[in-house]
Design a protein around this ligand. Structure first.
Ligand code: 5GP
Ligand code: ZN
Length: 141
């Protein structure tokens, strides 16, 4: 097994595990962006969010909701930034779905999600909305 997160789920590689159930494991990031930076992963290997089964997705987000408060409180933070790098183009370095929970403080110097992107010309939202609804209806990926 070469996936590092599969190896952590299997207990073959040590990690600071903070929550585990049959479908989900959460552990501290080895290179934390802030104290308390947690990664939440499905137990079964899946590279991208869109490939999760419905049950795996429910378990994953249930774990995120259970963890958000305790992670924040444990390190005395004011909030958490919760995010997923989903696909190579986003900077995802481990191809096993993982939700980052990163504790935040006033004035910590990090930006919001909006800070990732440059503003610029965009296609009309109605046009893009229609395209997305069409893909959902066709179940295309
Ligand atoms: P990504 O850039 O793919 O969204 O994030 C991958 C995260 O996994 C990084 O924050 C990185 O520090 C973390 N990571 C990579 N390898 C390991 C490991 O072996 N153990 C732990 N606990 N975290 C890891
Ligand atoms: Zn894996």
């Amino acid at each position: 097994m070469i996936c590092i997160f599969c190896r952590i789920v299997a207990g073959e590689v040590p990690a600071e595990v903070v929550l585990r159930d049959a479908a989900t494991v959460a552990f501290l990031d080895v290179s934390p962006l802030a104290d308390g930076h947690v990664l939440v992963v499905p137990a079964a290997h899946v590279a991208r969010v869109e490939d999760l089964t419905e049950d795996a997705a429910v378990s994953l987000f249930r774990a995120v909701t259970r963890l958000a408060g305790p992670v924040r409180a444990a390190v005395g933070a004011a909030g958490t930034t919760i995010g997923i790098n989903n696909g190579d183009a986003t900077g995802q370095t481990v191809p096993h779905v993982h939700v980052h929970i990163v504790p935040r403080r006033e004035g910590d110097g990090a930006s919001s999600v909006h800070g990732i992107f440059r503003s610029g010309p965009r296609r009309p939202v109605a046009e893009v909305g229609m395209a997305i609804r069409g893909r959902i209806a066709g179940s295309a990926d």
